[in-house]
Ligand binder design. Structure first.
Ligand code: AMP
Ligand code: MG
Length: 460
């Protein structure tokens, strides 16, 4: 395994050198062999606990904490990695991948925090990010999960954990915002050049770079919407420039379809509810565009005009992507604009009757929808599509299984009691989400009234 430290090499304005704080008694709970072999990462199993806890540093790494800002629930704060340490970038045949230890101890950006992560949120991030990857949705991934053998204080005493996160990079919208608010325009340009080089080599200029970043976000958010994913904390520091889903805090998947669904305990006003995600995406990208202004044109007015066009472009592209993703869910390739009405009619029925989002599409595919509720819709749908062909498309576009909140909650509860078998089973069950598998039928069911999990926590 060979490391580079290209981000650390950008200099002290970008990051602080920071070693992980060793932990008492690291124990390897999960290791992602599939990802490790993709990356060409090799550890002896006995060594893995030492390296993935931060007790030992792989050769060639210059660990850092990254500086960034972020609009948290709309309010700008100077943040930076308060508990994540970037060991370095692994050289692979697919390019560089960041290797980060989340929960590895305090950094100069920790503010009041302890620099640690708790077992529950680490398990959730591991399970959900791996599932997202299996859905084919761009995401950071989990390489390993360590228990530190230490206790940490939250509302209660919890076991400490470290997640090893792999990403194409950890540069965020908030990284650009950081240099913009500090009026560090040299560094801003340096960052933009770095991003072009690492992520968008075909961008000819900064306007194109901004456009490409927006385009990736339009695709990403449309994909989230299509599987009922609610990120939960779409702050500008939690939106990756690469277009990967990042920072699995209080995220969750919807059971019954509800456009206003919120799970995050801290999102009291529902800013990040399901239906707001595209609007918040545009809002975040507008903050990015503001930060980009000095790079777009020397003439401020012209720069603003460019930026506005790009943000309008995002909104258009999102609409098209949404239509594309949801049309596939109804078995329609190459959708027409009017198909949006058909999709919305279907969703309105789900909402009105509190029906399960995921399973309703599967029921449509399997001809299992009750005609007393769906009669008119079915009549229209059957007129629009060739039903047999549509079913083939739908099978590939609708997951049979999603990581439901109540299952994750059960896995976490068992994990807190030392039993990781449920976590292991979930990861296996989500391995091929588009294939029906009778072994996991219990996991296809929405929660019973008593099983519902209405709140999720990020555990910071
Ligand atoms: P998040 O909500 O996870 O995106 O975190 C927002 C900010 O708080 C980031 O700067 C994190 O690094 C920081 N943070 C979260 N939890 C902790 C913690 N336990 N100790 C120190 N910093 C933290
Ligand atoms: Mg974050």
């Amino acid at each position: 395994m060979k490391f580079q430290n290209t981000y650390a090499d950008l200099g002290h304005k970008f990051c602080a050198h920071q070693l992980p704080t060793p932990v008492a008694n690291p124990r390897l709970i999960k290791f992602n062999d599939e990802l490790a072999s993709d990356l060409g990462v090799e550890f002896l199993k006995e060594e893995a606990a030492q390296f993935l806890s931060g007790n030992q540093i792989p050769e060639g790494c210059e660990p850092i904490a990254q500086a960034y800002a972020g609009h948290q629930f709309g309010h700008l704060n100077i943040l930076g990695d308060g508990r994540a340490i970037l060991l370095g970038e692994i050289e692979t045949q697919k390019g560089l991948f960041d290797m980060v230890l989340k929960g590895a101890g305090r950094t100069p950006y920790s503010r009041g925090g302890d620099g640690r992560a708790a077992i529950g949120p680490v398990m959730r991030e591991y399970i959900v990010s791996e599932a997202m990857h299996k859905f084919g949705i761009p995401t950071t991934r989990a390489l390993g999960f360590i228990l530190t053998g230490e206790h940490i204080m939250r509302e209660e005493i919890l076991q400490g954990a470290v997640l090893t996160r792999i990403a194409t990079s950890h540069i965020r919208v908030g990284t650009f915002v950081y240099f913009s608010v500090h009026r560090e325009f040299g560094a801003l340009k340096q960052l933009a050049d770095y991003v072009i080089n690492r992520h968008y080599p075909s961008a000819q200029n900064y306007a194109q770079l901004l456009e490409m970043i927006c385009s990736n976000q339009a695709k990403l958010i449309a994909k989230w919407m299509s599987i009922g994913f609610i990120h939960g904390v779409m702050n500008t520091d939690n939106m990756a420039i690469s277009g990967e889903t990042i920072d699995y805090g209080p995220c969750a998947f919807m059971d019954e379809y509800n456009p206003a669904q919120v799970y995050s305990f801290i999102d009291k006003r529902g800013r990040y509810q399901y239906q707001n995600q595209p609007t918040i995406g545009a809002w975040n990208l507008a903050r990015l565009a503001e930060a980009f202004l000095p790079l777009l044109d020397e003439n401020q007015e012209k720069a603003v005009e460019f930026a506005n066009e790009i943000i309008a472009g995002f909104q258009n592209q999102y609409q098209n992507q949404w239509l594309f993703e949801f049309a596939l869910k109804l078995g329609i390739e190459n959708p027409k604009l009017e198909d949006g009405d058909l999709i919305n009619r279907f969703l309105a029925i789900l909402h009105e009757h509190n029906l399960d989002f995921t399973n309703s599409f599967i029921d449509l595919c399997n001809n299992n929808l009750p005609s007393e509720i769906f009669g008119d819709f079915l009549y229209e749908w059957e007129n629009r599509v060739d039903v047999n062909k549509a079913r083939e498309i739908m099978k590939k576009s609708n997951p049979q299984i999603i990581p439901r909140n109540h299952h994750i909650a059960k896995a976490i509860e068992a994990g807190e009691n030392g039993d990781f078998s449920i976590m292991g089973r979930l990861i296996k069950a989500y391995y091929k989400p588009y294939e029906f598998n009778a072994d996991y039928k219990d996991l296809y069911l929405p929660p019973r009234e008593t099983e519902r999990v209405e709140n999720t926590f990020c555990g910071t």
